[in-house]
Design a protein around this ligand. Sequence first.
Ligand SMILES: NC(=O)c1ccc[n+]([C@@H]2O[C@H](COP(=O)([O-])OP(=O)(O)OC[C@H]3O[C@@H](n4cnc5c(N)ncnc54)[C@H](OP(=O)(O)O)[C@@H]3O)[C@@H](O)[C@H]2O)c1
Length: 323
Amino acid sequence: MEANGTGTNGTGTMRAISQDVLGGPEVLREVELERPVPRANEVLVRVRAAGLNPTDWKHRAGGLFLGQPPFVLGWDVSGVVEATGVGASLFRPGDEVFGMLSYPFGHGSHAEYVTAPARVFAPKPTGIDHIQAGALPLVSLTAWQALVERADLRAGQRVLVHAAAGGVGHVAVQIAKARGAYVFGTASAGKHDFLRGIGVDEPVDYHSTDFTEAARDVDVVLDPIGGETSLRSLRVLRPGGIVVSIVPAGSDDLYREAGRLGVRAVRMLVDADHHGMRRIARLVDEGGLRATIAGTFPPAEAARAHEAGETGRTTGKLVLLMD
Ligand SMILES: NC(=O)c1ccc[n+]([C@@H]2O[C@H](COP(=O)([O-])OP(=O)(O)OC[C@H]3O[C@@H](n4cnc5c(N)ncnc54)[C@H](OP(=O)(O)O)[C@@H]3O)[C@@H](O)[C@H]2O)c1
């Protein structure tokens, strides 16, 4: 069986978390697959740690972009380069790297080994371990691409981060603070000390407070919730401000309403990016970015990790330890 469409030539096997049918966490199985071989411009990485993300349970249950299994999920990687394909000169065997596999079709990091274009990786910051480095890539790239690339966030601007205690939210807060922004963040009241600890200036309890009353004159909203939250977020913006929603599908009402109010709205999907990973690594090196680790799981407990994540109540990140 081929893992993920990558080349295989029988050089050995590896353990992986796979599934044959869509369904609940119980469909996940630890299996032996052929170890992939790096093709031209690819590297083979021995995965040490791999973050879990909501896209993992969305694909596990509903196929989302990938359709029908069998497949190995996982986009986050921290590990060690084991071998390089023809022309892949960016890294050498033994190099520690971290990165996000091409989203969505480059999946497969919930395995002992994965192949990917060398350029999806960057050198792992030496000051953090593989658990940290495996937790950061997808959520950090998402937050970076939303706040910096789409919204061009500047020092002194005001940002509202919805779900600020979640995987994306808690790194978005840190990226916004590192850029000198003033940050509002929504979460349940019990998580407000956590929010203050990562730099949120004004925590908002979305259960008891209307965020459109609590946050005003905002330049940028990062919205991982979608639907009504995206629409209502338009109202907290200054003229010319922007809502960046990371829920990619939704009604065109969002754009119509943004136009009517003289503000902007964009929906995005995260995209693998070597340079983005280098910027994230620099922020980590400078001490401006750390993942909060909510839990780590061995491969045998992948189903339990999915169950924990699927509650939607995680503070920070869940990580699979693959070795
Ligand atoms: N477009 C993209 O490329 C992209 C990339 C990454 C993620 N995403 C999507 O973004 C969403 C968030 O991802 P994630 O990794 O951050 O998820 P996560 O870590 O599972 O988020 C959990 C957090 O969400 C908070 N939360 C839930 N509902 C909330 C609400 N209505 N208002 C405020 N906070 C709320 C929870 O806090 P409480 O317990 O206080 O409710 C919890 O701390 C997912 O749907 C994911 O698929 C999209």
